[in-house]
Write a protein that binds this ligand. Sequence first.
Ligand code: MN
Length: 192
Amino acid sequence: MSFNLPELPYPQDELEPHISAKTLSFHYGKHHKTYVDKLNLLIKGSEHENKSLEDIIMSTSGPIFNNAAQVWNHSFYWKCLRAGQDNNQPTTKIAELLTKTFGSIQKFIELFTDKAINNFGSSWTWLVINKNNDLEIINTSNAGNPITDGMKPLLTCDLWEHAYYLDYQNLRPKYIEAFWKLVNWDFVETNL
Ligand code: MN
């Protein structure tokens, strides 16, 4: 069994002007695809060949983990985004939870943004449900995925430079500002 590159949930120019079609053509068509191809090569003929992606992530380390987690993380990240909206507000249920946990939606956005700006190097920032069943903002490095710590991802922001360098060069805060216009809150709520 081998893994396929999942289809993007929208055309490659859907996120413009915030994330360009050029970025998506590299990020999805090259980076994400390469993780899928490498994972398939690494698991071929191994004990991991017929496992689910989640099982591989939970039971490996090193190159197999890195590629499997990057496949999962990217498939999830694409679903976290949709066409940009200037006044992009969370849906009712998630808005209530964010307000209860962080004080207000604005405060949540500030905290997540600050955590993402300060997430060193190639990394991901996540909104998760933690083991105490509370919402929490967490950072992972490289391919790190919260499911290995028993947490349930609700939303993620890819902070590898390949996610924003063509559009914003080194200006990660500008990319994160654009990210908030693109967040697919309907998808976030379905992850609850
Ligand atoms: Mn990426």
